[in-house]
Design a protein around this ligand. Structure first.
Ligand SMILES: [Zn+2]
Length: 452
């Protein structure tokens, strides 16, 4: 009888613990959102120690020992833990998330950004809901469930919650890779951000892009010299004019479409799902073909550069002696030197180039047992969803961990409503995630991490 089997299921401690896990993830993400760990990138933020202490307490509550460690200062703090697996001969899997978030301007938000408010539609609002306290909460909920139910995963699991991802990881993952590599416990593969979210194509087909690589980044400042003088005269060495001409060329530079192995697979799978060839060099057609993901897709198949900061002069009638532009360049794997040379080629000789951040591009094959488990488990939870590898346009802690040979997959699974523009929510106002998406995600992550 169904009533009896229902009772039987309820009395199974493991099923009861799964139910607790599904509730737990919501409480954990709300609590984490309410801890302001904004990282403006200039060292003025509150740091991550309150978030790290919270994580350590929640692990201790179920008997998991952890280390709360500081990196470059007492304010930049992470948490590490290790869970022994059933087969100690296998290298561990790293489950990792960052504890910091980008700042939020409260006036731009419908609900206060550090409220963790759950609205009547069952959506959790707040900075970090997406990037990436939702995944932090899922990781915590999974290992707390294992501890309660006495479950041992196949592989050992290294847990690492990092500071400073949002400012390049120099006080976080890069520092850890350089100074405390043992915190990864010899893990060879990692699960973290960005990916594993469902994306519904305009024709209703659903894909789950999983990050298996990411573009490199160069935050370049070009400083152009010139000859200062009176604004009423003829000038042939005005640095503002040099700058405008350089940028006019640069923004029109034809960075060509080039598919990495991950994007070759992504494109061919999506073409199969929509029944036509993707037009990657026409953003209007591409948007019709794949919807909101087109802006990410367009940037995942070519090197890009956006000028983002301009600085010159101090008075209308004075030609200044120098002018400056800040640019955000994102290059494909293998294109770093060519991309920087192309950029520099538009500027006059003698221009000074400095880098606020310069970090590698990388990609690992979407293959092997972890990729297989991801595909199998998601296929069970969402039989209509199709897993595809993806080259991320942004940068994550993956760059630092790759220095230690770790193959990093961006897999923070969420089943999202069809009309969600999830990728547009990173670093945006009104960042939010549905409760149901996390309830789905935590169960998928649990099974993937247990079977990996
Ligand atoms: Zn992130």
């Amino acid at each position: 009888m169904s009533n009896n089997s229902h009772l039987a299921a309820d009395s199974d401690p493991e099923d009861a613990s799964v139910a607790v896990m599904v509730r737990d993830v919501i409480e954990l993400v709300v609590d984490l959102i309410r801890i302001d760990s904004s990282n403006p990138g200039d060292g003025t933020g509150p740091g991550e120690s309150a978030a790290a202490d919270y994580v350590a307490q929640r692990l201790a509550e179920v008997g998991i020992e952890s280390e709360v460690f500081a990196t470059t200062s007492a304010a930049r703090v992470g948490v590490s833990a290790f869970l022994a697996g059933a087969d100690p001969s296998l290298p561990p899997v790293l489950l990792t998330g960052h504890l910091d978030v980008v700042p939020a301007v409260a006036e731009e938000w419908t609900h206060p950004p550090f409220s963790g408010l759950i609205d009547d539609d069952g959506v959790i609002w707040g900075r970090g809901a997406v990037d990436m306290k939702g995944m932090d909460a899922m990781i915590l909920a999974v290992v707390r469930h294992w501890a309660r139910a006495g479950i041992t995963p196949r592989r050992s699991i290294a847990l690492l919650f990092t500071p400073d991802e949002e400012a390049g990881g120099h006080h976080g993952a890069h520092w850890i890779a350089d100074n405390r590599p043992e915190l990864l416990h010899g893990a060879t593969q990692a699960l973290g951000e960005v990916g594993g979210y469902s994306v519904t194509l305009p024709n209703g087909r659903r894909i789950y892009p999983v990050q298996s690589g990411e573009k490199g980044l160069a935050w370049v400042t070009a400083t152009l010299g010139g000859t200062a003088g009176h604004g009423s005269l003829i000038h042939d060495d005005n640095p503002v004019q040099h700058l405008v001409l350089a940028l006019a060329g640069l923004v029109q530079h034809p960075f060509g479409v080039e598919l990495t192995p991950a994007m070759t697979r992504f494109v061919s799978v999506v073409e199969g799902l929509i029944g036509e060839q993707l037009v990657l060099d026409d953003r209007v057609v591409l948007a019709e073909q794949v919807g909101g993901i087109s802006r990410v897709l367009g940037a995942a198949v070519r090197t890009t550069v956006n000028p983002t900061m301009l600085d010159a002069g101090y008075k209308h009638n004075i030609v200044p002696g120098a002018a400056k532009v800040g640019m955000d360049m994102r290059f494909l794997p293998g294109q770093q030197d060519a991309a920087l040379a192309a950029l520099q080629g538009y500027f006059p000789d003698g221009t000074d180039f400095s880098y606020a951040n310069l970090d590698i591009a990388l990609e690992t094959p979407f293959a092997g047992d972890l990729a297989t488990v991801i595909t199998e488990v998601l296929g069970r939870f969402d039989p209509e969803g199709v897993v595809v590898p993806f080259l991320m346009t942004g940068g994550t802690d993956a760059k630092a961990f790759s220095k230690l040979g770790v193959r990093y997959f961006g897999f923070s699974p969420l089943r999202l409503p069809d009309d969600t523009e999830f990728w547009a929510m990173f670093h945006a106002a009104d960042e939010r995630v549905p409760v149901a998406a996390l309830e789905f995600g935590v169960q998928v992550l649990e099974e993937v991490a247990r079977l990996a």
